[in-house]
Design a protein around this ligand. Structure first.
Ligand code: HAM
Length: 428
C-alpha cells in the first residue's frame, strides 16, 4: 500500500527535494514567524490561538450565505454527537467568538490580537491556492476611527518591508455602510440588466445572489462590460467619505503608496467602510498577499457588544513564494555547531557521552552513529554545514584531546574535552 498526501495540502520539511518547493522548508517558516511576531508585538498586538474547528453556524452567520466560502468551500462534518462542525476557513469569526464568549470587553475597550494559523477551504487546486493554507492575521477591536484602519495597513506594510518584499501594490476602497451598498446594488443591477446574458456564468449567478462580487470578476468580457459601471465611492455618505479621505491622508503621511481600486469588494460579506488588499505581480491570478478591512457591526451580529473593528489576513504560503521569486535573502538553515565522527565501534559510546554532555550545555551537536567510512562521514558533515568536525578514535579517547577542524577556514586546533564546551560556546 502506497499512501499519498491528500489533494491541495502540503508538507513542510527541513529540506524539500523539489527545487520549486523550497517555500515548504521549515526554516523559512521560522524566519517568517519570527519577523511577523516582532512586527506584531511592536504594534501592540498580542497572540491568540483558537481551535481548528468551530460550530458551523459561526461561519455561516459571519462570512455570508452567498459567499464562495460558505456555499462551496467549507470542510463541514458531524462529530459522534451529531454536532455540525467546520474546520476554520478564516480567522476573524473564531477570534470574535472567543472575544464575545469570554466577555473580554469587560476588561477594556480596545483589544488587539494577532494569529498565525492554518485555514481550510475546499478550493480548486492551483498555484498559490491550497486546501490548507496558513494566515497571519490581526483583529483590532474597539476603535472606529481611520487611525485604526491605517495602523493595521501599516503593520502589514511594515512586515512586508521587513521581509524584503518589493513591487507590491496596496489597493484600497470603501464599501460604505449597509445603506450605501443597498443603493449601489440597485444601481449596479440596473446598469447590468441589458448585459446580463453576456456576463460569465458565474457573474450571471452573482447578479441574483451577490451583485457586488461581479465587480471583482477576473473574466475579461465581464470587465469590459463593467467599464462604465457606477462606482461605490459615488454612493458614500458624508461620514464614510470623510473616513475614507482621512485614511488616504494618513497613508500619505506615512508615505505608503496606494491605489484606489473601485473594483475591490472582498469575498466575505462582513466588511463595511475601508477595505484593502496587497498584491504582488509575480503571483499571477492568485496575487493577493493579504487583505482585510473594517467590520463594524459583526461583533454585535454574533451576539456581542456593538464595537467597531478592523483586521486582515495574509497568506503565508504566498508571501514565502513571492519572497523566493524575488530572491529575497533568507537566513540559512540551522546547522550543527559540532559534527562528531567516532572511528570504529569502540569510539561510539565515548563519542555519544561526550556529544550528549555538550548538548545539555546548549551546543548543537550531531553524532554520526551510522558507522560510515571517514570519507563519507566528512561528506555528511559538510552537507549538514557543520561549523566544526572532530574525529574520535582510540587516541582521542585515551588522551581526552581532540583535533577540532573549523570547516569554514580549514584550520585545526587541539582542544581538551574540558575546553571543548567553552570553545564551542563562543561560536555564534
Ligand atoms: P481572505 O481574503 O479570504 O480574508 O484571506 C486572506 C488571505 O489569505 C488572502 O489574501 C490570501 O493571501 C490568503 N488565502 C486565502 N485563501 C487561500 C488559499 N486557498 N490558499 C492560499 N492562500 C489563501 C480573510 O480570510 C479574512 N478573515 C481577513 C480578515 C481578517 N478580514 C478582517 N480580519
Amino acid at each position: 500500500m502506497h499512501y499519498r498526501i491528500a489533494k491541495g495540502v502540503f508538507d513542510i520539511l527541513p529540506q524539500d527535494p523539489d527545487p520549486q518547493g523550497n517555500w515548504r522548508e521549515t526554516h523559512l517558516w521560522h524566519f517568517f514567524e519570527k519577523t511577523m511576531r516582532e512586527v506584531a508585538l511592536a504594534f501592540g498586538y498580542e497572540e491568540i490561538r483558537t481551535p481548528i474547528f468551530e460550530t458551523t453556524d459561526l461561519f455561516t452567520r459571519s462570512i455570508g450565505s452567498s459567499s464562495d466560502i460558505v456555499t462551496k468551500e467549507m470542510y463541514t462534518f458531524r462529530d459522534k454527537g451529531n454536532r455540525s462542525l467546520t474546520l476554520r476557513p478564516e480567522g476573524t469569526a473564531p477570534v470574535l467568538r472567543s472575544f464575545i464568549e469570554k466577555s473580554l470587553h469587560n476588561q477594556g475597550k480596545v483589544h488587539k490580537f494577532f494569529y498565525s494559523l492554518p485555514m481550510f477551504r475546499y478550493e480548486r487546486q492551483q498555484a498559490g491556492r491550497y486546501r490548507q493554507h496558513h494566515q497571519f492575521g490581526v483583529e483590532a477591536i474597539g476603535i472606529g476611527s481611520p487611525f485604526q484602519d491605517v495602523e493595521c495597513i501599516h503593520l502589514l506594510w511594515t512586515l512586508y518591508q521587513r521581509l524584503g518584499l518589493q513591487n507590491l501594490t496596496l489597493h484600497i476602497h470603501s464599501l460604505g455602510n449597509e445603506e450605501t451598498r443597498k443603493a449601489f446594488r440597485h444601481a449596479l443591477k440596473i446598469y447590468l440588466r441589458p448585459h446580463v446574458n453576456s456576463l460569465s456564468a458565474e457573474s450571471q449567478l452573482r447578479y441574483e445572489t451577490n451583485p457586488l462580487r461581479i465587480l471583482d470578476s477576473k473574466d475579461a468580457k465581464d470587465q469590459k462590460i463593467l467599464e462604465e459601471a457606477p462606482k461605490i465611492l459615488d454612493f458614500l455618505g458624508e461620514d464614510a467619505k470623510d473616513h475614507f479621505n482621512t485614511v488616504c491622508a494618513l497613508l500619505n503621511d506615512l508615505k505608503i503608496p496606494y491605489l484606489i481600486n473601485p473594483k475591490l469588494v472582498r469575498g466575505l460579506d462582513y466588511y463595511n467602510q475601508t477595505v484593502f488588499e496587497i498584491t504582488a505581480s509575480e503571483l499571477g491570478a492568485q496575487n493577493s498577499l493579504g487583505g482585510g478591512g473594517r467590520y463594524d457591526g459583526l461583533i454585535q451580529q454574533l451576539g456581542g457588544p456593538d464595537l467597531p473593528a478592523f483586521g486582515f489576513g495574509a497568506g503565508i504560503e504566498r508571501i514565502l513564494i513571492t519572497m523566493l521569486g524575488q530572491n529575497v535573502p533568507f537566513p540559512k538553515r540551522r546547522a550543527p555547531t559540532l559534527f562528531l565522527i567516532p572511528l570504529g565501534e569502540d569510539a561510539a559510546p565515548f563519542s555519544f557521552t561526550l556529544g550528549s554532555h555538550l548538548r545539555t550545555e546548549g551546543i548543537s551537536v550531531e553524532i554520526d552513529l551510522s558507522g560510515k567510512k571517514l570519507k563519507n562521514a566528512m561528506k555528511a558533515a559538510s552537507q549538514k554545514n557543520a561549523a566544526f568536525v572532530a574525529v574520535i578514535g582510540d587516541d582521542e579517547k585515551k588522551s581526552g584531546k581532540f583535533q577540532l577542524k573549523n570547516m569554514q577556514t580549514g584550520t585545526v586546533e587541539t582542544v581538551s574535552s574540558d575546553e571543548l564546551a567553552n570553545v564551542l560556546q563562543t561560536y555564534p
